[in-house]
Design a protein around this ligand. Structure first.
Ligand code: HEM
Length: 514
């Protein structure tokens, strides 16, 4: 009898696994959507699940199989995901019909990790209220008032770079710039001096936390992919994306910051002040997401807990430093390869310093060639190579395809940025694309390194401050070249969430007076 029961159990498990692996195999066929043929379990992402190829590149390869389709079906592991590549449809999904696709992904699992209850992952009313209440932090006046902190960090970065160059002109610039951008974000957001540009930076807790958040070990990379592909199983097995020490570090840090502010009654007009005002009121309020559909004026209140506040702090820290240091490093890399562009940018830097003694807020708006270089570098190396949206309410595309609540939509940003239809000679670094009339020809929703629509990057204008200040300080003093052994082509690290080159970006810094 026991053997018989075991046999039945094994058959049931096998049948259930078979059902789970193959239940969606005909998903796209039934819906008459062209699709990429999947493998059981891996779907179309075998190479990225085996950590062999970055997910962005797997998606690009898939898109190349469907050059003329506005969208096609794919399997993200075992889950169907619609890959939309037509700019007109993207305009609907990301902007015009935002109400229907306001989620990012796996929204049902939002809040499973309290530290991840943040603006990036929120959806619906909670996202809308959070976004409305965080937006004032990024007003022009607020940013301008913060700029002296960025200036201080850029002065420290200038000194650090000079010391490092004296010891060895070949530098891992991504690493150095991460220390700089961490200093910028902790000063502006938390009013803290991170001291990351101190000589003993390897022991610096902020630098260590930064590395832990963007850990590229096999284990962490697999956890990130599995959480995103199979959230139900991931959480059922008791896994968490964020390590415990990251949570406790930020809980302790922010509790201390809040306490000090309360004791000193000092106002710095920064992120901490803003969220402490939320805390005092115990809630924040704003319009309901449903108003976008109904036209009503319904208001929503959200309770403010310490967890909610700390989650936004961790997000700003993480989103704020890695993106800006990566973007600046890739631009330096491109300029190291393109001497003509570098000289033009240096001429603009010299012109700036001929009129100004120091870096000032206005530098973010008065250097058109530098801006074009940044934009072109972000086209080639977007920090997030693909974006996601989740259908939050049934919606029919103009093509007649019916998207159901919970469906996943993938936006192949890297592929769109590298498409010869939108950008001729797509692999060439050509800042002129973003100048004058050429810029006007760029079709909407074909260039979106900061995303698009209401969920576009909230920190875009903030990011410009450390990037411009850093570039001014670097090119005031140096020219850059590729370090020995630094390849002419980027190899994307398959384990990194944010686009990264395997092995860091190593450049030679040549003092300009030499
Ligand atoms: C060069 C620097 C940066 C790049 C390239 C970048 C890129 C992006 C992208 C692509 C998104 C997704 C947008 C979408 O889904 O449509 C995003 C969202 C976001 N970014 Fe950035 N980002 C940068 C800097 C920053 C900074 C400095 C901060 C904070 C201080 C920040 C905070 C955020 C937040 C909170 C979101 C979520 C917005 C939402 O869902 O409402 N980012 N960013």
């Amino acid at each position: 009898m026991a053997i018989y029961l075991i046999f039945l159990f094994v058959i049931a498990v096998l049948y259930f696994s078979y059902y789970l692996l193959l239940k969606n195999q005909n998903y796209w066929k039934i819906r008459n959507v062209p699709y990429a043929r999947p493998l059981p379990l891996f779907g179309n992402y075998k190479e990225s699940l085996l950590l062999k190829k970055h997910i962005t590149l797997v998606m690009r390869d898939m898109c190349q199989q469907f050059p003329n389709e506005p969208y096609f079906g794919s399997f993200y592991g075992t889950t169907p995901a619609l890959v939309v590549q037509d700019p007109n449809l993207l305009k609907l999904i990301m902007s015009k019909e935002f109400y229907f696709c306001n989620g990012r992904e796996a929204s049902d699992y939002y809040g499973r990790e309290t530290i991840a209850k943040n603006l990036f992952l929120a959806h619906g009313d909670e996202w809308k209220v959070l976004r409305a209440n965080l937006t004032p932090l990024f007003s022009s006046v607020k940013l301008k008032n913060m700029f002296y902190l960025i200036k201080n960090s850029s002065d420290a970065m200038e000194e650090l770079l000079a010391e490092e160059v004296k010891m060895n002109p070949s530098i891992d610039i991504k690493c150095l710039l991460s220390r700089y951008t961490i200093d910028c974000i902790t000063a502006c957001a938390f009013g803290i001096n991170s001291d990351t540009m101190n000589k003993n930076a390897h022991k610096n807790p902020f630098k260590i936390m930064g590395e832990k958040i963007f850990d590229t070990s096999d284990y962490q990379a697999l956890k990130n992919i599995c959480r995103s592909m199979w959230p139900a199983t991931f959480y059922a097995l008791g896994y968490k994306v964020f390590k415990k020490d990251i949570c406790s570090f930020f809980i302790d840090l922010m509790s201390e910051v809040f306490k000090k502010r309360e004791e000193t009654k000092m106002s710095k007009n920064d992120f901490v002040d803003l969220i402490m005002a939320w805390k005092r009121n115990n809630h924040i309020s704003g319009d309901s997401m449903s108003n976008l559909k109904t036209g009503d004026k319904k208001k929503i209140d959200i309770d403010v807990s310490n967890d909610l506040l700390i989650a936004q702090c961790v997000l700003f820290f993480a989103a704020g430093f890695e993106t800006t240091s990566t973007t600046t490093s890739f631009l330096l890399y491109e300029l190291a390869k393109d001497k003509i562009a570098q000289e033009k940018l240096i001429a603009e830097v010299d012109e700036y310093f001929a009129k100004h003694d120091a870096v000032e807020y206005e530098c973010t708006n008065m250097m058109p060639y530098t801006e074009a270089c940044l934009e072109e570098s972000l086209r080639l190396h977007p920090v997030l190579g693909f974006l996601t949206r989740e259908v939050m309410d049934d919606y029919t595309l103009p093509t007649g395809y019916h998207c159901k609540k919970g469906d996943r939509i993938h936006i192949p940003l890297y592929h769109i940025h590298h498409s010869p239809d939108h950008f001729p000679e797509p692999e060439a670094f050509r800042p002129e694309r973003f100048l004058g009339d050429e810029k006007k020809n760029i079709k909407p929703f074909t260039y979106m390194p900061f995303g698009e629509g209401p969920r576009t990057c909230i920190g875009m204008r903030f990011a410009k401050m450390p990037m411009y200040a850093g570039l001014l300080k670097i090119f005031k003093n140096y020219r850059v070249e590729l370090a020995d052994n630094m390849p002419h082509k980027i190899t994307m690290d398959p384990k990194a969430t944010v686009t990264q080159h395997i092995g860091g970006i190593h450049l030679k810094f040549i003092p300009r007076e030499a």
